[in-house]
Design a binder for this molecule. Structure first.
Ligand SMILES: *Cc1c(COP(=O)(O)O)cnc(C)c1O
Length: 225
């Protein structure tokens, strides 16, 4: 199947209100343009350098989402244009994003990443931290950050019971944060969960944003250079 056909068959399965982030890491400009020409405008990248290069060379109406782990010293390169940062997992990175957004003269939508998987390597706030994530003063000081919701990844397993439980936990954490900090804030509305192998489960648990790469573009071949 072509990229166009694969995109169309994924779109046919997405309920209204669920946004598709086409994960284009490692993909060429030509492959991205194939997806772009079908109307896809949201793309996800996980390396700062690669994202900046693609932003420079591809159409300016693409909404670039940064979905990887972001280091503080690299925020400045993407702050002028990034449409959303998905994997925010510390006060320190929030403060840096706030400063760089201010410097760039804009606000940056961010998702708080939670560690809901059982794997140790994954980043994110711990679910138990949800009750006391920030003080109200901290939140108010971060006025160039648009708190837009949460993001998480499930354990890499074929056990759908485990994956389902982790997505359900993330949805519950979203509800707790919404209630505690963002009840009056209509920007706080996204649950970014679900990738190629598990996005239908994620949608079943209330995902509003799925991040899909290999089902659209084929298996990734990482260049070791
Ligand atoms: C690579 C990646 C995806 C997409 O993964 P696929 O299995 O190719 O769909 C989604 N989210 C994050 C954070 C990723 O790094």
């Amino acid at each position: 199947m072509s990229i166009v056909d694969k995109l169309n068959s994924i779109r046919a399965t997405l309920p209204v209100g669920v946004q598709l982030v086409a994960v284009s890491k490692t993909r060429s400009d030509e492959e991205i343009m194939e997806a772009y020409n079908t109307g896809q405008r949201i793309f996800g990248e996980n390396k700062v350098q690669e994202l900046v290069r693609k932003w420079e060379s591809l159409p300016k109406d693409i909404e670039w989402h940064f979905i990887g782990h972001l280091q503080s010293n690299k925020v400045k390169y993407i702050a002028p244009f990034v449409a959303m940062i998905h994997a925010v997992d510390s006060m320190k990175i929030l403060q840096t994003i706030n400063e760089e957004a201010k410097r760039a003269g804009r606000s940056i939508p961010c998702l708080l990443q939670f560690h809901v998987a059982s794997e140790e390597s994954k980043f994110g706030f711990l679910p138990a931290a949800v009750e006391h994530l920030f003080t109200l003063t901290e939140l108010n000081d971060l006025s160039y950050v648009v708190f837009s919701g949460v993001m998480g990844m499930a354990t890499f397993t074929e056990d759908t019971v485990v994956v389902d439980r982790e997505f359900s936990l993330l949805a519950e954490l979203y509800q707790k944060l919404k209630f505690q900090y963002f009840a009056e804030d209509s920007n706080f509305k996204e649950i970014s969960m679900g990738m190629s192998d598990d996005y239908m489960l994620a949608i079943g648990q209330g995902s509003t944003m799925v991040r899909i790469g290999s089902t659209i573009f084929g298996e990734r071949i990482y260049n070791s250079k």
